[in-house]
Design a protein around this ligand. Structure first.
Ligand code: RB5
Length: 154
């Protein structure tokens, strides 16, 4: 599994710990570290990672900002990308099992490092269960397509 990670300024320290934790967990991680080369904020950082997930350069993505909210909002603007903010283990598990979202976002001003690692551990080991969730996720995709066509016609 290839995972991309990035953060804005508010999430830099938590991102560093998360990258270290994911590497120790044995997954292939890339810190996109957009801030190292460009003075940008969470919209561009989140968009860059989400685009690369949409293009299948990475299987999943982790985005950190102050609250997790801005990163989640921008990642969900990219067609085919589904993101959720998770600050607890149960939601992180359901984000994969029920919602089939590829991107998890967290707020460095909301969670501490140990909880963030537990949340990520649950997210890492969870996969989409399909079953009763499949038609709901399929309906999200259909509505996304309807919205895309509607926007194209306006
Ligand atoms: C700081 O720019 C803060 O607004 C940002 O990190 C994030 O929490 C936005 O959702």
């Amino acid at each position: 599994m290839r995972i991309a990670v990035d953060s804005d300024d508010a999430g830099l320290e938590l991102k560093r710990l998360i990258v270290e934790y994911l590497r120790e967990s044995g997954v292939t991680v890339e810190d996109l570290n957009m801030l190292a080369s460009q003075k940008v904020d969470y919209p561009d950082i989140g968009y860059n990672l989400a685009r690369r997930v949409a293009q299948k350069e990475y299987d999943r993505g982790v985005l950190i900002c102050g609250t997790g909210l801005g990163m989640c909002m921008i990642a969900n603007k990219v067609e085919g990308v589904y993101a959720g903010v998770c600050h607890d283990v149960y939601s992180a598990e359901r984000l994969r099992k029920s919602n089939d979202a590829q991107v998890i976002t967290m707020g460095a001003r909301v969670v501490g490092p140990e909880l963030a690692k537990s949340v990520l551990a649950a997210w890492l080991k969870s996969e989409f269960e399909a079953g009763r969730s499949a038609p709901k996720v399929q309906r999200m995709r259909e509505l996304e397509e309807i919205e895309r066509k509607r926007a194209g016609n306006s």
